[in-house]
Design a protein around this ligand. Structure first.
Ligand SMILES: *Cc1c(COP(=O)(O)O)cnc(C)c1O
Length: 385
């Protein structure tokens, strides 16, 4: 059936009608009073979402561009940086660091495991000469469904005193609390197609006063992604280059929706989507890829037993039910499937996805559960909340 596709991938995520309709307008001039007002409202609400009174800058990039901007504006070639990698995105930031000639030291954990904050503490405590300029961490590692312990890692960075903390919050911001100011986070990158509930096309970088100090002496090349330009213009409610004006119409609408729901309710919803999905998947006899204590509220990764082909699960979910699930990445391709529950997703969507999964598992001859067990577990989880 046409127009029934249900996106349960971790980006792009579903877009609410209010945002879609807001976009369906003629573009307006980006040097107009009307646009300045929309831009100003968006900037104000972005600060609310980031729990900061500092700069939150909007760039015409995907999440990777936002993160690259966040890395290159505050560092110089040869700078020593620690990069946490326990999945595809952590590895990407190590590649960016290397591409820009940074002296990147990798702090690694296996895919599916969280980063160990102690590994950061050891390196940071040993650095008595304060040569570590930045610690780069992916908060919610989308490739595996692991939520790293940003709060503890950041505490060790704060104890070091010099190093900046740069966070890929692309699938955590708007799903779990990332209190920028309270924790003293320096750089936070995110992208529109995730918890923001709007299409791909905008990237966001939040910058602390401490990072702006580093900006003054940082010498990596920058032009289009020179955040100083964006900050200077944002103070006048404008942008250095032509912004995707229709995306701002959508952003305005989606941020209004988030504000109406309330930040704590948004986080509680994502927690509930996570616990419901995980309870149901467990009841279906399918192993979860990330442990309970380290699970991302944005995405649940499932590693079915050898008797169930993960690729076939995704193919049948799509073919029979128009539900799109995500594949594994790199060496996990075809081995896991990932259920995105990020952004414009409600309890009903999880119930639908779990019911569909039950049908697909029966069709594939999965014998690890009694029919209905997944939905029973999900219902129990939701009835209590
Ligand atoms: C989606 C995502 C990104 C950004 O990817 P783009 O394709 O560049 O938007 C970065 N980090 C994480 C953890 C992500 O999930």
């Amino acid at each position: 059936m046409d127009n029934k596709l249900m996106l349960m991938i971790p980006g792009p995520t579903p877009v609410p009608e209010a945002a879609l309709l807001a976009m369906a307008k003629h573009p307006m001039g980006h040097r107009s009073k009307e646009f300045d007002a929309i831009f100003a409202e968006c900037t104000e609400n972005l600060k609310w979402l980031h729990q900061t009174s500092g700069d939150v800058l909007s760039l015409t990039v995907s999440g990777t561009g936002a993160m690259e901007a966040g890395i290159i504006n505050f560092l110089s070639a040869g700078d020593r940086v620690l990069v946490g990698t326990n999945g595809k995105f952590g590895e990407r930031w190590a590649e960016v660091a290397v591409a820009y000639g940074l002296n990147a030291e990798i702090i690694k954990a296996e895919w599916g495991q969280p980063l160990n904050p102690e590994d950061f503490r050891e390196k940071l405590e040993a650095d008595t000469e304060k040569q570590i300029k930045a610690v780069i961490v992916t908060h919610s590692e989308t490739s595996t469904g692991v939520l790293n312990d940003l709060e503890t890692i950041n505490r060790h960075v704060k104890a070091h005193g010099e190093a900046l903390i740069m966070v890929d919050a692309v699938t955590s911001l708007g799903a779990v609390s990332v209190p920028m100011e309270a924790w003293g986070l320096d750089v936070i990158a995110s992208g529109s197609q995730k918890a923001y509930m709007i299409p791909p096309g905008l990237g966001f970088v939040a910058v602390s006063p401490k990072a702006w100090k580093a900006y003054k002496t940082a010498t990596l090349p920058r032009y289009y992604l020179d955040l100083g330009k964006y900050s200077k213009d944002a103070a006048k409610n404008t942008t250095p280059f032509t912004p995707p004006v229709n995306m701002f119409f959508a952003l305005q609408a989606s941020l209004q929706m988030m504000k109406a729901e309330g930040l704590e309710n948004v986080f509680a919803r994502h927690r509930r989507l996570m616990t419901t999905t995980r309870a149901a998947v467990k009841a279906l006899g399918l192993p979860l890829f990330a442990a309970d204590g380290a699970a991302s509220p944005a995405i649940t990764s499932v590693m079915p037993p050898a008797s169930v082909d993960a690729q076939k699960v995704r193919t049948l979910m799509r073919k029979k039910f128009d539900i799109a699930l995500a594949d594994g990445q790199d060496h996990l391709k075809g081995k896991i499937f990932r259920i995105g529950h990020l952004g414009f997703v409600c309890d009903r969507d999880i119930l639908a996805a779990i019911s569909a999964l039950e049908v697909v598992l029966q069709e594939l001859g999965h014998e690890g559960c009694t029919p209905g067990a997944g939905i029973a577990a999900a219902a129990k989880e939701l009835a209590g909340s």
